[in-house]
Design a binder for this molecule. Structure first.
Ligand SMILES: Nc1ncnc2c1ncn2[C@@H]1O[C@H](COP(=O)(O)OP(=O)(O)OP(=O)(O)O)[C@@H](O)[C@H]1O
Ligand SMILES: [Mg+2]
Length: 205
């Protein structure tokens, strides 16, 4: 059995990752693929508990290093418990955020040391790198308005300038690793965006 394909969806708050993860799953299942759809942080009982800690607005004393390590802890559990076994049996793993989010938010947004965040990502991902990363790119103010229409969580409460740093970090990653990290325009109807993503996936499956 050939190894499966690991695809991650990335982008700043409200760009449409979760919406597109669901639409992409439907499209790929219709083509006969086994799809395992996940979201980070989360996806295992332990990782979901860590997610609740990270997103709780009451945890406003959390320091940046604690936050980084919690994301990595959640990721390591998800990778070993769910992602690697799914890839081993040939599935398509579709993950709503993965380590590029940690780079964009903790290094880009929070300003933690770039090299340190990359090392932490190696540990948290257990060396399991995505085959393809689709960055949904949107003007930060449009994404921010989409994301906060129902109230802001702890990360979203950081504001617009933070989201702009996050977007810039994603664009740097795409410039650095152009064959893995593909930037897709997230403006337009949901179905139009899905079609753009499927085009990027192309014959990689
Ligand atoms: N193409 C689109 N056009 C307009 N609105 C959209 C589009 N895609 C998603 N939305 C809406 O924008 C909001 C945010 O979308 P979604 O939750 O998919 O984004 P997200 O990237 O997962 O956000 P977060 O980073 O907060 O998890 C939702 O209300 C969703 O219905
Ligand atoms: Mg989401």
């Amino acid at each position: 059995m050939a190894r499966g394909v690991f695809i991650t969806l990335e982008g700043a708050d409200g760009c449409g990752k979760s919406t597109q993860a669901e639409l992409l799953e439907k499209a790929l299942v219709a083509r006969g693929h086994e799809v395992v759809r996940l979201r980070e942080p989360g996806g295992t009982p332990i990782s979901e508990k860590i997610r609740a800690l990270l997103l709780d607005p009451a945890n406003d004393e959390m320091v940046a290093e604690c936050e980084l390590l919690l994301y990595e802890a959640s990721r390591a559990q998800l990778t070993r418990q769910v992602i690697e076994p799914a890839l081993d049996r040939g599935a398509v793993v579709l993950c709503d955020r993965y380590y590029d989010s940690t780079y964009a938010y903790q290094a880009g947004g929070r300003g933690l040391d770039d090299a340190l965040v990359r090392r932490a990502n190696q540990l948290g991902s257990c060396g399991c790198a995505p085959d393809l990363t689709l960055v949904l790119d949107l003007d930060a103010s449009v994404g921010y308005a989409r994301a906060t229409s129902g109230g802001a969580d702890r990360m979203e409460a950081e504001g617009l300038a933070f989201q702009e740093r996050v977007r810039a970090a994603y664009l740097r990653l795409a410039a650095e690793e152009p064959s893995r990290v593909r930037v897709v325009d997230a403006l337009g109807e949901k179905d139009e965006v899905t079609a753009r993503l499927l085009e990027e996936i192309g014959d990689r499956l």
